[in-house]
Design a binder for this molecule. Structure first.
Ligand code: BGC
Length: 764
């Protein structure tokens, strides 16, 4: 992008202010403006994220495109190579439709399972989200099509999304909500980032200079442009100054005139405008150069890819008595409306017009033979049911060897634009499952849903399969897993709670109050369940296989690690397939700090890998950890910092099953504290003369004078103990006093001028 930046700057220098301002607002819903006189073309953007949604206006049918599995499903593959392939396929489809920017991926953190748009986001964990996003971006951009990493930042609630400030402390912001963006930006440089609708700590994301300029650009090195979410601009001039380049959709001359006026009146420096436009033009030039005018895509091949990805995303949650996979010759009753009319994507701006849709009924018939399959709907659209439908379904289930019930969430239960009211499935689905379970002990429930659901019926069923919103080929993917053509290797990308009252942001989510206080702080997703020792229904990272894996050994390249030396430590892990079938395992590595100085999560995911193992095969995997993997964000120093001490590296197949553990002694120097008038007296303990001066001025000279043995010789034992206690209390009082209080407390014996002098000398 750097070469293009200088070319863009040269072009922008030949533009009038009017032309520059024109380029900062869209031409309608999906295009940028071009400038004919300078030969600058326009580019087109379309949603994203799990398929291309090229539209002319706001409504209507978009061009047919492959509908890939939605984000939670993609993340549940834990397979970055596969996600890169999906990205590349999306890039090819964009090229074929003459689209230069794909509006995705979405990587907001799932703060609550009630998030209406959770089906568009990867995970509750920033490392999984960030790595998935990076792979997706690499894939799309490798085809010469840009991406838009969204929604920056802290856009985890749909309720009043344009008007609710996400109020969050700095450490949580950095460690949980920004980290996924940081990973994706630093690893893969998306061509654009989309600023969110919501304010963050009271400042609109599109006007948030600290987020858009200080952090995104200066700290992380982002060099593309920032586009507003559609209708996300509040004050256009503020937004340009803060770092939002392109306003979408276009506002005609409305905001353009405001930008021009601000430049004329000196409220917006013309250099700021020129820089903002240059960043847009650089991407336009890059995207135009990468345009492939004769591009086509192979819809069959992409459908097959969607099926393969879907198969890897499916999570086998329960499989008592090995009820799955289905066996040859078994008579199967397939129950549920979703068996023929599957729910495979969510609603809103991500809704794709699929090239074709397959359903589980059709695909299972193909694999098992029509004679082995019967079907009953059991319920109607939207999950309603009645006695007749239930009786029919029960009759079919009772006469079969095994019943597979497809259930989950109907369309009206989750969508962009609102949050879910409950994590429960429709009562009709629950009633259907319970009725079938009474008639057929071999019952498997297959779930189609975009976010976690409660499962009050779980003890009555033998099998549970999480099928997500699995895209247009989801029916085939499910058939593959149910019949054992594919050994399930998906692992949960989010925790499934028993009930809503177990969840981290309960009952605060969603907020209707104009401010959403992120009061649970760092303890989102598994960080919450682990810290409070709550047993969820299914933990983050969990998933079964038709084979079994054994974790057999862990080794670190060294027992100690110097975090300040800039190096890394290598962890070697051995995993074996001890079952009878080939299968893939997701090996997850978490870091646990033994004695954190500030309370932090118990375990945090730092690395993962997915490997294929033949029966009996053992493989060795290597992970590399560096300073950041042991760091927390220090809000006082506004920097990442490592606490020296012991850290355990824990490895296993889910966040709650980590059989391998190795301990590392991590060495690090504490961050130097910036000394200010708000600093505490104890912050000067490294300068004994100054510390003593404060103690004496405050009237507590005894803190810095040696205890007199003669004095205590005349005291009773009780008096000695009382004196010691007093000394401890006095020391705390003095140590924790901000130094700006010392002049008044010392009645001026330590003057303001002396305080300034101390600060000057100490900071020199
Ligand atoms: C959504 C974005 C989307 C945009 C364009 C907005 O309402 O929040 O994710 O990319 O519309 O459709």
């Amino acid at each position: 992008m750097n070469g293009t930046l200088s070319e863009a700057a040269a072009l922008v220098s030949r533009m009038t202010v009017e032309e520059q301002a024109l380029l900062l607002s869209g031409d309608g819903w999906w295009r940028t403006h071009g400038i004919e006189r300078l030969g600058l073309p326009a580019i087109t953007c379309s949603d994203g994220p799990h398929g291309l949604r090229k539209l002319e206006g706001l409504f209507g049918n978009s061009v047919p495109a492959t509908c890939f599995p939605t984000a939670p499903a993609l993340a549940a593959t834990w397979n970055t190579g596969l996600i890169r392939e999906v990205g590349a396929a999306l890039g090819r489809e964009a090229q074929a439709a003459d689209v230069q920017l794909l509006l995705g991926p979405g990587i907001n953190i799932k703060r609550s399972p009630l998030g209406g748009r959770n089906f568009e986001y990867f995970s509750e964990d920033p490392v999984l989200s960030g790595r998935m996003a990076a792979a997706y971006i690499d894939g799309v951009q490798g085809e010469g099509v840009g991406t838009s990493l969204k929604h920056f930042a802290v856009n985890s609630q749909e309720t009043l999304r344009m008007a609710t400030s996400s109020d969050i402390d700095e450490r949580t912001l950095r460690e949980v909500y920004l980290q996924a963006f940081e990973i994706a930006v630093q690893h893969s440089q998306p061509w654009t980032v989309m600023s969110a609708y919501n304010p963050v700590n009271g400042v609109y994301a599109s006007e948030h200079r600290q987020l858009l300029t200080d952090i995104l650009r200066d700290e992380w090195g982002f060099n593309g442009f920032v586009v507003s979410d559609w209708g996300g601009i509040n004050d256009r001039v503020e937004a340009v100054a803060a770092g939002t380049n392109l306003e979408m959709p276009g506002s005609g001359d409305y905001n353009r005139n405001r930008i021009i006026a601000a430049v004329r009146e000196g409220r917006l420096p013309k250099e700021t405008l020129a820089r903002s436009v240059t960043e847009v033009v650089a991407v336009v030039l890059e995207a135009s150069a990468a345009r492939k005018s004769d591009a086509t895509f192979d819809a069959e091949a992409h459908h097959a890819l969607a099926r393969r990805v879907g198969g890897e995303s499916i999570v086998l949650l329960k499989n008592d008595d090995g009820v799955l996979p289905l066996r040859a010759g078994q008579k199967v009753a397939l129950i549920g409306d979703f068996a023929k009319a599957p729910r495979y994507q969510g609603a809103g701006s991500s809704q794709v017009n699929p090239t074709r849709v397959t359903n589980t009924y059709y695909e299972l018939t193909t694999l098992l033979g029509a004679e082995n399959l019967v079907h009953a709907a059991g319920c109607a659209d939207e999950g309603d049911t009645n006695d007749t439908l239930i009786e029919d379904a029960v009759g079919q289930a009772a006469s079969a060897h095994v019943a597979i019930v497809l259930a989950g969430l109907p369309d009206s239960y989750e969508s962009e634009g609102f949050d879910r009211r409950s994590i429960d499935m429709p009562p009709g689905h629950v009633r259907l499952i319970e009725a079938i379970a009474k008639a057929q002990p071999n019952i498997v429930v297959v779930l189609l849903n975009g976010s976690a659901v409660s499962m009050p019926w779980i003890d009555g069923v033998k099998g549970v399969v999480e099928g997500w919103l699995g895209g247009e080929a989801g029916g085939g993917a499910l058939a593959d897993v149910l019949t054992g053509r594919v050994n399930p290797s998906g692992r949960l990308s989010e925790t499934f709670p028993v009930g809503i009252e177990q969840t981290p942001a309960f009952p605060a989510f969603p907020s209707h109050a104009g401010n959403a206080l992120y009061g649970e702080g760092l303890f989102v997703g598994y960080r919450h369940y682990d810290m409070r020792n709550i047993e969820p229904l299914f933990p983050f990272g969990f998933g079964l296989s038709y084979t079994k894996f054994e974790y057999c050994g862990i080794d670190c390249s060294s027992d100690a690690f110097d975090a300040d030396a800039g190096g890394s430590v290598r962890i070697q892990v051995k995993v074996r397939n001890v079952g009878a079938l080939a299968g893939q395992e997701v090996v997850q590595l978490y870091v646990h700090e033994q004695a954190p100085a500030h309370p932090g999560p118990v375990n945090e995911l730092r690395a993962f890998d997915k490997i294929m193992l033949a029966p009996g095969e053992e493989k060795t995997l290597f992970f590399t950890l560096d300073q950041r993997d042991f760091a927390h964000y220090d809000p006082q120093a506004h920097a990442w910092s490592v606490n020296p001490g012991a850290f355990d590296v824990r490895v296993g197949g889910s966040s709650r099953e980590l059989p391998l553990e190795a301990t590392l002694e991590v060495r690090a120097r504490p961050l130097p504290r910036k000394l200010t008038r708000q600093s505490l007296v104890q912050d000067f303990s490294a300068i004994p003369a100054v510390y003593e001066e404060f103690a004496r001025a405050l009237g507590f000279a005894e803190l810095v004078e040696p205890e007199s043995a003669a004095a205590s010789a005349n005291m009773t034992r009780e008096q000695v103990i009382a004196a010691r206690k007093a000394r401890v209390a006095t020391r705390a009082f003095v140590n924790e006093m901000p130094i700006n209080k010392v002049p008044a407390f010392s009645k001026g014996s330590l003057s303001e001028a002396r305080l300034d002098e101390i600060l000057r000398t100490a900071s020199a």
